[in-house]
Design a protein around this ligand. Sequence first.
Ligand SMILES: Cc1cc2nc3c(=O)[nH]c(=O)nc-3n(C[C@H](O)[C@H](O)[C@H](O)COP(=O)(O)OP(=O)(O)OC[C@H]3O[C@@H](n4cnc5c(N)ncnc54)[C@H](O)[C@@H]3O)c2cc1C
Length: 296
Amino acid sequence: MLFEKLKERFPGIRQKEPLKNHCTFRVGGPADLFYELTNIEEIPELIAFTEENSIPYRIIGRGTNVLFTDKGFRGLIIKNLSNEYRVDGEEISANSGALLSQIIRLSIDNNLSGLEPLYGLPGTIGGAVWGNAGIPGTEIKQFVKKVVLFNASDGVREMNADEISFQYRKTSLQDAQNIIMHVVLRLQKGHQKASKELMKKIDEIRRGKQPIGYTAGSFFKNPSPEKPAGWLIDQAGLKGTRIGDAEISAKHANFFMNTGHATALQIFELAELAKTKVKEKFSIDLEMEVKIIGDL
Ligand SMILES: Cc1cc2nc3c(=O)[nH]c(=O)nc-3n(C[C@H](O)[C@H](O)[C@H](O)COP(=O)(O)OP(=O)(O)OC[C@H]3O[C@@H](n4cnc5c(N)ncnc54)[C@H](O)[C@@H]3O)c2cc1C
């Protein structure tokens, strides 16, 4: 009944969608409701409907930093495919579902510089701003001018970068159930040739360090630059450790891999093992960077 009502207004809505098809870990059970959002302006009405009907909801980008649980999600998962963007002088305005890689390409095509170090970082600009994605020395916060947000209590509103607290892989946008609808980035004039050379270097570094496969990138936050999570897990003797098809990469110990048919639980258990061993050896508490969605 509820589904029919929702489908009437949002015909693309689906039921029992396997979430493993929507994340780079390739694990996760079904979402009761699933919607591929191509028009970001639908957000206020969609969320009003879920709020009125007490349906839990969560927006995702490309699922490159999430671990969907095996039980899946009892509510609505909104996959953000709203990806229009444009250049305006030294600024780029984008809908939050635009890929960071598309925006970097656009910036270089327009002789704008700044984002090159983030080349190779997968996912959407909305996901990147929400989690202040970055690499050592460069974070997306350096380029954010403003965002347009939605949440159920305040509706749609604009927020300037100086009103947002950006920390290491964390922002104040995470405090409420905020949905980032649009992002405006401010870049600077650059030189295409130099930018391309830098991106080539960044690409080589990434390829040298990171394993390829079903993964969500760094599983834990780095407790400090001197003792990154990968080093700590390696020193705890866990490189290459497996539970079922879940594996701590032998190439980079902060990369947890689904080597075939891993379950979310196996990945989670491997993460718990890493936490315990690192705590025992170094008295350091590892904190997850990857977001768990659903009940374990
Ligand atoms: C191979 C690989 C390498 C990676 N390397 C890096 C790296 O170098 N640095 C780094 O920082 N990260 C890295 N990551 C992690 C990931 O790329 C980033 O966190 C990325 O910004 C997530 O974007 P996404 O669109 O996939 O978000 P998702 O994974 O879909 O979502 C992540 C979180 O953001 C929230 N979210 C997404 N979109 C919105 C929105 N519009 N409004 C509100 N909340 C939203 C989701 O609810 C979820 O909690 C890597 C991942 C992989 C797979």
